[in-house]
Design a protein around this ligand. Sequence first.
Ligand code: NZQ
Ligand code: ZN
Length: 395
Amino acid sequence: MQNFTFKCPTDIVFGKDAELQVGKKIKEYGGSHVFIVYGGGSVVKTGLLSRVERVLTESGIAFTVRGGVKPNPLVSHARDGVREAISFGADFILAVGGGSVIDTAKAIAHGVANPETDIWDFWCGRAKLTKTTPVAVVLTLAAAGSETSDSAVLTNEEMGVKGGINTPFNRPTLAFMNPELTYTVPKKQLTAGISDILMHTLERYFTKFSGNELTDLVAEALLKDVVKSARVAVKDQRSYDAMSEIMWCGSVSHSNFTELGRCKDFSCHKLGHALSAKFDTTHGESLTAIWGAWAEYVYHDDAHRFAHFAEKVWDVPEDFGDDEAKAQEGIHRQIAFFEEIGMPTSLGQLPSGVLKEATIKDLADQVTAKGTKTVGNFHPIDWQAAVDIYTMANH
Ligand code: NZQ
Ligand code: ZN
């Protein structure tokens, strides 16, 4: 087992009516001026935003509201939010939405606490984050895991770059998680979210380290639980039990709990972010379009690990064949599951279609900073490997 530190300090309120505790809990944490962030309007339509506003008012908390966060959220929108939040005197940022809204709230929180620094400087490593403003989250979509994660992902539209930062300052102070709020998520976002949850553990399962049995067992159980619950949820999105399992798995999957004593790889995320930056691809779709090609490209590095995955997650029998045969069967069953829930499993199935060779080279430039770095560690992906994987997925 590798050394690790783990601090996941988010105070989580999980279950029916969780959002009704927003006022009371924010007050407990000393908030008096709440800057609410939301997206394109789903929370207005469902009445959630009014409900949150009402409980804040009842708790005597002042608030102001800023909507308009887009999926694949933009740094420019977050910058405007920083200015508004500062002029309001915000001491708490409240995200009401999915990962894009939460990541924008995190960026605004960093900007409010560091008004002298442009927030993108934190994203590109020019400035070091040493303080932030507390963030609370009312989660409406189980997917990114941002409600507990130490990560926040933004797109810089001027530079055509999408990237994340990992820092303890990204961990929200509070998360309110009511699975009933996810009943209205469009089917495409539901399945993209389910895929993202799976990928957050898969990208921690295939890494250069091995030998942490508890972490493996937790990861395998999580993957199996998501698959089982997803099969119910895609047929009946109002199944409270299935949506609860998915929502909680989403938080556990990206809290770092399924990497303890191992590490992250996250190659597919890097390859996917380049697609999202260029084509505004939905995050979960960018991952499933790539994963199969990535797995085929890298599994020879440790076929035994992939064979173990096949047995433990996909119930491939021990006597199915040698490691090679089991590894291939596990990859095949994972891809078949993505297909079963309607996810794209090749680049050609994305709205951007089959890509030109020059575009693939541009994407590989983006991922590897023009060939000056590699990403991931199970099989470090250099420029040529990135080109090869995109090309394998390009049908
Ligand atoms: O904007 P509104 O109108 O709210 O609609 C949203 C949006 O169109 C809709 N939606 C959300 N909850 C809904 C709902 N519609 C109806 N009813 C509800 N209850 O869903 C659409 C997608 O929302 P978005 O927040 O973009 O989705 P998701 O939660 O999948 O977040 C994706 C973003 O998170 C980043 C991704 O890269 C992407 O930018 N990630 C963030 C991570 C993190 N911070 O830890 C890790 C992830 O790997 C990921 O990179
Ligand atoms: Zn993700």
